[in-house]
Design a protein around this ligand. Structure first.
Ligand code: GAR
Length: 220
């Protein structure tokens, strides 16, 4: 039996920019590939392109402009209240370009996912594609992971891995990686919403089995 609308897991997605990962997840929900409800999209940037995309899909949107808050703490506490108003079961960071306080990450721990464009734990932080090229790596990729206090450090759920080609530059690599992002983020969200993916004691579990540190790996 299908869960009624009221019983579906509620997803809140946080964005700062383009919102293509938000769109991929929202489309998967719309197409019933993920049995969930998008409770709302929150942007810290009033002009984020993702807001227009979300509105075009008929989704509820909220803006919380970080520049209007005196401190990171004040912003994060206001953000927690805004998210809580949407009664989420899962909070998804999709290109949300703010460093979050420990108060925030602890509040949602176990129910908070992020996508990061590298094969974590490699290349935490910014400019990941250029750093992989500069290091002469033969592979690069993207990771969906649970968020903990440690920046880009929580347990991995799933990674997509791509070979780096001789002709690659950062832009080309970023574009190929984004195609993979739009595949693996909906998969991770689907697993979570089905109760298959969880975090316990700083480890990720899928179907009751502890995942390896890399998470599930998809290779192209
Ligand atoms: C994505 O490529 C995501 O991997 C990256 O921001 C982009 C957002 O794109 N996230 C980070 O760098 C987090 N450290 P989108 O707004 O089109 O989804």
């Amino acid at each position: 039996m299908q869960a009624s609308e009221a019983e579906k897991p509620r997803i809140v997605i946080l964005i700062s920019g383009n919102g293509s990962n938000m769109q991929a997840i929202a489309e998967a929900v719309h197409n019933k590939e993920i049995d969930a409800e998008i409770a709302g999209i929150i942007s810290n940037r009033p002009l984020a392109e993702g807001l227009t995309k979300a509105q075009a899909m008929g989704l509820h949107t909220d803006i919380i402009d970080h520049t209007l808050y005196a401190s990171r703490d004040e912003f994060d506490h206001a953000l927690i209240r805004m998210i809580e108003d949407l009664k989420p079961d899962l909070v998804v960071l999709a290109g949300f370009m703010r460093i979050l306080t420990a108060d925030f990450t602890r509040y949602f721990e176990g129910n908070l996912l992020n996508i990061h464009p590298s094969l974590l734990p490699k290349y935490q932080g910014l400019n990941t594609h250029q750093r992989a090229l500069d290091a002469g790596d033969s592979e690069h990729g993207v990771t969906v992971h649970f968020v903990t206090e440690e920046l880009d450090g929580g347990p991995n759920a799933i990674q997509a891995i791509l070979p780096i080609l001789d002709i690659d530059n950062a832009k080309a690599l970023q574009q190929r990686i984004q195609v993979q992002e739009h595949i693996i983020y909906p998969i991770a969200v689907k697993w979570f919403c089905e109760g298959r993916l969880s975090m316990e004691g700083q480890h990720a579990f899928l179907d009751g089995q502890e995942l390896p540190a890399s998470g599930v790996q998809l290779r192209s």
